[in-house]
Design a protein around this ligand. Structure first.
Ligand SMILES: [Zn+2]
Length: 305
């Protein structure tokens, strides 16, 4: 029995060496074997196994939950993972927030109010519980100490306001534009370009009048669309002095509200389908006629053999 016990401890130490050499799959196997031999190192083997599982799949919520449980069983306040010093309570906070973040991201976009609220609440917790400290799992698996709690909070706020902007644009494009603008501001703070968010904010805010029915509409690409057209200067002139114009700045497209646009494109689809079906019917008639002629030529050729 003493021999078995020692053997488990040896396996455990080999696992630690392998973590040092960043052979993570090899290390995991050693820790599992050590536990099977009855050596769990007061719960540390389970902690290493579950940390390695998280590293192998950073979006698997089950692995984070298993790690959270394993950390809760520890009697020590800190440990080492390779060269990285880890404070148990800090890692517990990080793992709990990772779980919340995955749960928030898993909400469907159709529940955009709940989803954005969950993402933004999560951001607040990253700020409060981790703040300027760096995320240990990123240090271990990505080798970076640049990912801090406050940086993660900015990412989550950018995402939260993006979801809110996208979700509310069909009801209130002006408000959606303000949300998108906030998302853009968080992206800029992160050092990202934010081009995508800025373009959406501008599109959502843009207003136009429908050239066809004259109705006003907010939100380019959502409630109105440009349609290529030839607009003589005389027509453009009639809109001089109007803030909300029925054509694009380059005077190459008219603006059309989505109800007018879909009515036109549906009707044109119907017309094309009619033409297509008529053309196919003619092709099939020609085909049948040719086949009949070929058959009759073959028949008379065989008669002359
Ligand atoms: Zn219209």
């Amino acid at each position: 029995m003493a021999f078995l016990f020692k053997n488990g401890e040896q396996l455990y130490n080999e696992g630690l060496d392998m973590i040092g050499r960043r052979d993570f799959s090899g290390a995991r196997k050693k820790f599992v074997d050590a536990v099977q031999k009855g050596y769990g190192a007061d719960g540390m083997a389970d902690v290493y196994i579950t940390i390695l599982d998280v590293g192998a799949n950073r979006s698997n919520i089950g692995s984070y939950k298993a790690l959270r449980n394993a950390l809760g069983n520890l009697k020590v306040g800190s440990f080492k993972f390779g060269l990285t010093d880890i404070d148990v309570n800090d890692l517990i906070a990080e793992v709990e927030l990772d779980i919340k973040e995955i749960e928030a991201n898993n909400l469907p976009d159709s529940l955009y109010k709940e989803k954005s609220a969950a993402l933004i609440a999560c951001a607040g917790e990253y700020m409060g519980r981790i703040g300027e400290k760096n995320l240990k799992l990123d240090e271990i698996f990505k080798g970076t100490t640049a990912a801090t709690g406050s940086r993660e909070a900015l990412i989550l706020q950018a995402e939260g306001y993006y979801v809110l902007g996208e979700g509310s644009v069909s009801e209130d494009p002006k408000l959606a534009s303000e949300y998108m603008q906030m998302s853009y501001n968080f992206r800029k703070q992160l050092g990202d370009s934010g081009d995508h968010e800025l373009r959406l904010a501008q599109n959502y805010a843009r207003s136009a009048r429908c050239w066809i029915c004259g109705r006003p509409a907010n939100g380019e690409g959502i409630h109105f669309l440009p349609m290529r057209s030839s607009i003589a200067p005389v027509f453009a002139k009639t809109s001089d002095g109007e803030i909300v114009k029925p054509f694009s700045d380059d005077i190459r497209s008219i603006y059309v509200c989505v109800p007018c646009y879909t009515a036109i494109s549906n009707r044109s689809d119907d017309i094309s389908r009619e033409y297509y079906e008529r053309a196919m019917a003619e092709v099939h008639a020609i085909e049948a006629r040719l086949e009949a002629e070929i058959a009759s030529v073959r028949f008379s050729a065989s008669m002359h053999r």
